[in-house]
Design a protein around this ligand. Structure first.
Ligand code: NCD
Ligand code: ZN
Length: 356
């Protein structure tokens, strides 16, 4: 296949940051994706509806000219989040989920939840009002092997939580293991998962290919091959419980290439081509559209996008870096050639063969 036209996709897990970094990274997403679930792990985190409203305005103001990209906002759950704030979030119409970071699990998670029992009233409220809980599913106990933290979270936190609150709507974010795939499949409704391009295309060997590779480091960390293949099988199976979430997470080169480098992979400018590559490798390119454009919208109860975009099978080279006022960004696959690209018109807008 040389050309693939599909419904404009959405990104159901994205870090846009703020200030100069927001301005630098937003166009890559806004030109391709119709909407994105925007993560709230700023410093300070987005914990109130008022903060989310202000952040949303800053995102709208940073969009490229004529962009109709829609940011779908989230709140950052803390031990102190009041059920009343969650009700206000539901009423706001622009907040679509509440993010649970176990404290210490990942980048900017210091203000996160210290124990699931502390937030039970908040979770009961979410179940009651039907606002999805978006979960970074890893235990933080330093004695647990870093590769086992997702599976341990299912056994000790997420499984018991869903037994206790079966009405809670949950997105298990950026799943990386066979156990997570099985767990999502084990529940008839109310549970779905996002999947990143890196967890479809790479196993943990990529972190150590000829040396230490900080630009392949994110959390949850890449896993062994059997897990990558289980996650790829789930993504390309057509099961509506699995959908696209890039987890594109920009950090400056300085912050990544360091004695203690930040977790996060910057993939926004090449994300859709990467997913196309993974689906093609699995022999299921025909299932990319539903994964990228239908399943997430259906789960969140939002209308599917109407516009179309076209991918063409033509080599292009990923830039070695993207300059920003806060330092260079090194994307995934920097300087390498990819087989798929998003077709664009003379104004550099995505093209679907239906406008000049
Ligand atoms: C994310 C970030 O940098 O904000 N990092 C990452 O490795 N994925 C946080 C997150 O989603 O865990
Ligand atoms: Zn993330």
């Amino acid at each position: 296949m040389r050309e693939l036209t599909l419904t404009r996709p959405d990104d159901w897990h994205l870090h846009l940051r703020d200030g100069a970094m927001l301005t630098a990274v937003l166009p890559a997403t806004a030109t391709v994706f119709g909407r994105a679930i925007v993560m709230p792990n700023l410093r300070p985190p987005i914990t109130t509806v008022a903060q989310a409203a202000a952040y949303r305005e800053r995102i709208l103001a940073a969009r490229p000219p004529r962009s109709d990209f829609v940011p779908l906002m989230t709140l950052y759950l803390t031990d102190a989040t009041a059920p009343e704030e969650l009700r206000l979030a539901r009423q706001s119409g622009f907040i679509h989920g509440v993010k649970l970071y176990p404290a210490g699990a990942t980048t900017h998670s210091e203000a996160g939840v210290t124990h699931i029992d502390r937030i039970l009233p908040a979770l009961e409220t979410l179940a009651e009002i039907g606002l999805p809980l978006l979960v970074h599913g890893e235990v933080t106990d330093p004695s647990v092997d870093v590769f086992d933290r997702e599976a341990r979270y299912i056994d000790t936190v997420l499984g018991p939580l869903l037994e206790r609150l079966p009405g809670l709507k949950v997105v298990f974010e950026h799943i990386t293991t066979a156990q997570a795939v099985d767990f999502v499949r084990s529940r008839a409704q109310g549970l779905a998962a996002t999947i990143t391009p890196q967890h479809l295309l790479y196993n943990r060997n990529a972190l150590f290919q000829g040396g230490l590779r900080p630009h392949y480091y994110c959390l949850p960390v890449l896993k062994a091959e059997r897990h990558r293949s289980a996650v790829l099988e789930a993504a390309t199976s057509g099961d509506p419980r699995f959908f696209l979430g890039t987890d594109s997470a920009p950090h400056s080169r300085m912050a990544k290439e360091s004695a203690c480098g930040c977790a996060g992979i910057y993939s926004a400018p090449l994300a859709l081509p990467l997913y196309a590559e993974a689906f093609e490798q699995a022999g299921h390119l025909g299932r990319l559209e539903a994964f990228a454009a239908f399943h997430g919208a259906d789960f969140y109860g939002l209308p599917r996008n109407q516009a179309k975009i076209t991918l063409i099978r033509e080599n292009w080279r990923v830039p070695a870096s993207y300059p920003t006022p806060d330092g260079e960004l090194i994307p995934l696959r920097a300087g390498e050639v990819l087989p798929w690209q998003v077709a664009t018109d003379a104004q550099n807008r995505p093209w679907a063969g239906d406008h000049p």
